[in-house]
Write a new protein. Sequence first.
Lengths: 111, 117
Amino acid sequence: AQSVTQLDSQVPVFEEAPVELRCNYSSSVSVYLFWYVQYPNQGLQLLLKYLSGSTLVESINGFEAEFNKSQTSFHLRKPSVHISDTAEYFCAVSFSEKLVFGKGTKLTVNP
Amino acid sequence: EAGVTQFPSHSVIEKGQTVTLRCDPISGHDNLYWYRRVMGKEIKFLLHFVKESKQDESGMPNNRFLAERTGGTYSTLKVQPAELEDSGVYFCASSQGRLVSSYNEQFFGPGTRLTVL
């Protein structure tokens, strides 16, 4: 069965510092991978996704994630974070036609 | 274009009462999903509608939960009778096509926070 592990429940960082949010998955079949973000008092928004092709995918706001099949990972990175990146981030894998999520990582960016 | 909307945003009820959550998907989206996040845990799939038909209801916890999508538009999720462990955030999502077969995204609503006392 598919499962997703987000190793860090909370990640505090200072503004302009780099950040990496870790995600590992387990699956016996090929998967599609996603990162969703939930800003305070808002719904889930798709941040980026890997379906096929280049293993490095980028979002419009500077985040990127790399699909690593051998390590079954899909870590999310940003070289320099802003206060506005404070949110909860969810890694997810597709299974059939539904999404299987990790427990989420709360990113707090401090001035 | 309006996004996925959910009503109410919050609901506080007592154990044993009934609550009905509503989800309005993006217009034209045939696929509608319900997910739930219990505090501190992962967001978990509950069920999937394609138009008015239940495609997959494998995530429904028990028969106290009833989901409907009459006419293939909005959907309701009723919990009757509610128990303490039903507390959490209920998310609805919709998509135009099916997730895996196309470059297709599930658009999520803001969620309904349910508290059962």
